[in-house]
Design a protein around this ligand. Structure first.
Ligand SMILES: C[S@@+](CC[C@H](N)C(=O)[O-])C[C@H]1O[C@@H](n2cnc3c(N)ncnc32)[C@H](O)[C@@H]1O
Length: 272
């Protein structure tokens, strides 16, 4: 079936987003963008592309919905448990030697990733001297992450991932259970700072010893990935760590000469 919104029309929308709102999606991987734009167009029953375009350009609330639908926010706690195990056994012992630890979760989505890191930091007795910045382009998911409230039905899977990641405690001690949701403990949240941040257009805002940007760059074209790697290079202390998702790599980037791969679990160390 032919897509309702053509490639040319998608380019028009992307240009609008850039010039009307300053959001640059022009270097995002096209296949995923196309799927998501077409999905929204059908879901919201637009009679014509012209009306769809007009609505995005003129109605800021609808523009926000558009951004929310454009970004893929799938996440879970202790996603790829072996990655967290590597974090715990190989990276935390080095971070432990620093007086203060600054961590950035770039593209944090609804926050499951940052709560996972905080739990392991707590068990390594490092949370009290850590600060975890968690940012995302999508304001709606950042709000959810900051609330620390998650559906109770996810806790079984979270608990299994936590054990596989090397968690030592009873997982349920980290939250208070309500009827259908759980609220994560204040002690974890106290060390977190949430904010919107756009990796495409905004600059570095601190120096970090660890940056996690997992399952975000996969949605970017190669040039944009390169620009974001440069941003991370600038934002990392010398000997700082960069953690990527399972399908992402620094290998093809010119930046690779400045980093060394720490292990097979997608963790890189800045050497220069
Ligand atoms: C698939 S989620 C990954 C969440 C988490 N890091 C994980 O691995 O489970 C990708 C996130 O990247 C965010 N994102 C996409 N483009 C971004 C940008 N330009 N700047 C910051 N975040 C962005 C999306 O809003 C989404 O929440």
């Amino acid at each position: 079936m032919e897509a309702a919104v053509s490639d040319q029309q998608i380019n028009l929308l992307l240009t609008d987003l850039l010039y009307v709102y300053g959001y640059d999606f022009t270097a995002y991987a096209k296949a995923s963008l196309k799927r998501r734009i077409n999905r929204l167009y059908t879901l919201d029953h637009f009679p014509s592309f012209a009306e769809f375009r007009y609505r995005i350009r003129s109605d800021e609330n609808y523009f926000n919905r558009f951004i929310e639908q454009l970004t893929v926010n799938v996440t879970e706690m202790f996603r790829d448990p072996l990655f967290y195990q590597a974090l715990k056994t190989q990276i935390f012992p080095v971070l432990a030697t620093y007086p203060f630890i600054r961590i950035w979760h770039a593209g944090c989505s609804t926050g499951e990733e940052v709560y996972s890191t905080a739990i392991l930091l707590k068990e390594a007795n490092l949370l009290h001297k850590s600060i975890l910045y968690a940012t995302d382009i999508n304001a709606e998911v950042v709000k959810k992450a900051a609330a620390g409230i998650f559906p109770i039905h996810q806790m079984q899977q979270n608990s299994e991932n936590y054990q596989l990641a090397g968690g030592r405690e009873e997982f349920s001690q980290y939250y208070i259970a309500g009827y259908d949701h759980v609220l994560f403990n204040e002690i974890l949240k106290k060390r977190m700072v949430f904010s919107t941040h756009n990796l495409v257009s905004e600059s570095s805002f601190n120096q970090f010893q660890l940056i996690l940007c997992r399952n975000v760059l996969i949605y970017f074209e190669k040039d944009l990935q390169g620009r974001v790697f440069a941003l991370f290079d600038e934002s990392l202390d010398k000997l700082g760590y960069l953690a990527l998702g399972s399908k992402e790599t620094l290998k093809m980037s010119p930046m690779v000469s400045r980093f060394r791969q720490v292990d097979t679990e997608k963790i890189w160390r800045k050497m220069q």
